[in-house]
Design a protein around this ligand. Structure first.
Ligand code: SF4
Length: 348
């Protein structure tokens, strides 16, 4: 039986394979492909090929360490660490000894970065102190994952040893979170201004999100030169107010990972997926997040004892999908920073 790729899809994939990015309309066409269709597999094959070429087959592990647990007053609907979820009643700060042990374990097991996450109420001065502590002890690059920041706070993070900042304008921002999209976007500009690498993910994706709102965030990541910008699906913790919406499958996420990869073109230094899964590692993703400490997806205070995948698991997963975890990260090379990219929306 012969099979021909849809002509319009073939043209978009050929354009995407050149690394110049694709337009909003082209991305929307790809977002509407059935995840298990032959055209969708052709899309994922293209994204996979681009990433293996551009990233030199390097597989990345950025080790998420959640520094604290609290019933967070920000009450973001997707998060298990909220007051209203009622899962955590007390504040817990993991000790310096524990954080140092995790950081050293990350270094010993080949983590390419430490992604230090805090809840919304965690004191900024504590995050700076943890940055100073860990940067004095290990050489793995530090990435902060905390609330919105000012220029002054960005400079303080740099002085404390951080080189990157994970930050997303989340799906439903301002509706299911108390933060405005404008404030979230302002922080991205702060990162650019002070010289912290911006790490991003399209998240947390659920079945209720439209292709249009998802693609809008992909285009923002390209425009603002994200170091990486893959896709994370929403995990519904037990009792989540978003449980009625359900969750997208890993295959549906992999198809979006591929769309995001073509949108990003030659801008990124890596392409992420979360939680770690094999399908996305065949669809353009090369970066996964092992996890310990607090996690907004878990009912365990230490996700290393819950949903979180270990460093060893992630190393094994990368190797099984023939990504090489050994070479140095591509995300922290001075030359890897991309200049601000021209917007490609509206073309095509
Ligand atoms: S996502 Fe962050 S700010 Fe929002 S409730 Fe969870 S910990 Fe708080």
């Amino acid at each position: 039986m012969s099979w021909k790729l849809n002509q319009a899809v073939a043209e978009i994939l050929a354009k995407g394979a050149d690394g110049g990015g694709i337009s909003r309309d082209e991305a929307l066409t790809l977002m509407r492909l059935e995840p298990d269709s032959r055209d969708a597999y052709a899309l994922m094959e293209t994204a996979n090929r681009i990433s293996r070429r551009q990233f030199g087959n390097k597989g990345e592990k950025h080790f998420h360490i959640g520094l604290n647990v609290e019933p967070c007053a920000m009450d973001c609907a997707f998060c298990s660490l909220t007051r209203r979820a009622g899962i955590f009643k007390e504040k817990v700060e993991f000790s310096e000894e524990t954080l140092l042990a995790w950081a050293r374990q990350g270094e010993a097991e080949g983590a390419d970065a430490l992604n230090l996450m805090t809840t919304g109420g965690y004191p900024f001065s504590r995050l700076l102190a943890v940055g100073e502590l860990l940067s004095a002890a290990i050489t793995v690059p530090l990435v902060a994952n905390t609330r919105d920041i000012t220029h002054r706070e960005g400079e303080q993070l740099l002085a404390a040893g951080f080189v990157g900042f994970y930050h997303a304008v989340r799906l439903g921002e301002g509706t299911i979170t108390p933060f405005t999209p404008e404030r979230r976007r302002h922080t991205i500009q702060v990162l650019r201004d002070v010289g912290l690498r911006w790490m991003n993910c399209i998240e947390p994706v659920g079945p209720e999100h439209t292709a249009e709102e998802i693609v809008e965030l992909m285009l923002l990541a390209r425009r603002q030169g994200a170091t990486y910008s893959g896709v994370m699906r929403r995990i519904n913790f037990p009792g989540s107010p978003l449980e009625p919406y359900g969750m997208i499958t890993e295959l549906a996420m992999a198809r979006m990972v591929a769309v995001s990869r073509l949108v990003m073109g030659d801008v990124p230094s890596a392409h992420c997926t979360h939680e770690p899964n094999a399908a996305s590692l065949l669809a353009g993703a090369n970066l996964v997040f092992p996890e310990v400490g607090s996690s907004p997806r878990d009912g365990e205070a230490d996700t290393g004892c819950g949903r979180g995948r270990s460093l060893a698991d992630c190393t094994r997963l990368l190797r099984e999908m023939e990504w090489n975890p050994e070479p140095p990260s591509n995300c922290f090379r001075p030359a890897a920073r991309s200049p601000q990219r021209p917007a490609v929306e509206g073309r095509g």
